[in-house]
Design a protein around this ligand. Structure first.
Ligand code: ADP
Length: 331
């Protein structure tokens, strides 16, 4: 599809280049042949006036032949020039067409991959539910307890589907909405994000320590809360029970730095470059039952950071823990 589009675009570019080149060549030929003919006539008039009535027919024929020859040369040169423009312009047009289409091709490829990944993630809980329901329906002697167990299990799958749909929605809305930036107190961002995570932290007996200054970032409060919520949620999710998670803030040049550190499972160096990709989950997280997720959190976090013209970095070592640091422009 893109190959055909590139060829079509090449032909359009080439048609424009050739129309210009041929147009200029015709104009140049017209002007030059006019000049040469005028010169020729001027010479004839000069000789006639200077030497008086003499028979110049041979000389005139010679000059006419020379004029024809000069014009012939000019035509050959212009045709050769246009041939070079055709070959060079064709190659340049194709390179330009490929370059023009590359971003569209990349984004379509990313879209297709995203749809395939999302469908795959949706299928998994749906298939689990379908199998359980089918098995239960075939069992004529199903007890009330078994039916309740089935409903509880189905409810878990529904909760997973809802979390996935929420993640996809957030990603789509961060993708399409810009942010309206205003001065945001970092202390407010941190306290709102902590409030969202107190339940899960206390369930794992994890304490959240904070050391936050009176920094002001330029951004959208709710998006920044969502960003910190993702980092905090991960820090809790990927830490063993009874651990500690720290949130620090500092000022560096024109940026507020906000870091979330944990002493949890950490991330392998080979997996670090991929954790911000949509649907990517480190191997260890995919294997563990207790850490639910779809690999969308950090992709959303990265999107929010980009919308705020900030940066996000991670330092991590397996078994030792991770530090995620976000830098946001100050207000
Ligand atoms: P999810 O947590 O839903 O799997 P994320 O996009 O938030 O998706 O994270 C992607 C992956 O990065 C996780 O699956 C996990 O393997 C790894 N990860 C993120 N944060 C941490 C952390 N604090 N400690 C260890 N691994 C982490």
């Amino acid at each position: 599809m893109f190959h055909n589009a590139a060829l079509k675009l090449t032909l359009w570019y080439l048609a424009i280049v050739m129309a210009l080149s041929i147009g200029c060549s015709v104009a140049l030929y017209h002007v030059s042949s006019g000049d040469l003919t005028r010169n020729n006539h001027r010479q004839a008039t000069f000789f006639n006036g200077f030497l008086g009535p003499t028979d110049f027919s041979d000389y005139n024929r010679l000059r006419e032949n020379q004029l024809d020859e000069d014009l012939g040369h000019l035509r050959t040169n212009l045709i050769f020039f246009n041939f070079l423009v055709l070959v060079g312009g064709g190659a340049a047009s194709y390179a330009l067409a490929r370059r023009t289409l590359r971003p569209i091709e990349d984004s379509l490829e990313a879209q297709t991959r995203f749809t395939a990944d999302a469908s795959h993630e949706l299928r998994t809980p749906l298939t689990a539910m379908q199998t359980e329901i089918e098995v239960a329906l075939r069992d004529k002697a199903i007890t009330k307890n078994q039916a309740i167990k089935l409903l509880v299990s189905n409810l878990e799958e529904v909760a997973k589907l809802k979390a996935l749909a929420d993640g996809l929605l957030k990603l789509a809305s961060e993708d399409s909405n810009g942010v309206i930036k205003e001065p945001v107190p970092i202390k407010e961002v941190v306290s709102e994000a902590i409030a969202r995570n107190t339940k899960s932290a206390s369930a794992k007996k994890i304490s959240i320590k904070q050391n936050i200054g009176n920094h002001m970032a330029s951004g959208d409060l709710q998006s920044l809360v969502e960003l910190l919520n993702i980092l905090l949620d991960n820090a809790i999710k990927y830490s063993p029970e009874g651990n500690e998670v720290k949130i620090n803030s500092s000022q560096k040049d024109k940026f507020v730095q906000l870091s979330v550190s944990d002493k949890g499972q950490g991330i392998k160096a080979s997996e670090l470059p991929r954790i911000f990709d949509r649907f990517y989950r480190a191997e260890i997280s995919r294997n563990k039952d207790q850490a639910n997720g779809y690999g969308l959190g950090l992709a959303i976090a990265k999107k929010i950071v980009e919308l705020h013209d900030g940066t996000i970095e991670v330092k991590s070592a397996p078994g030792k823990g991770s530090v995620f640091t976000v830098a946001l422009p100050t207000a």
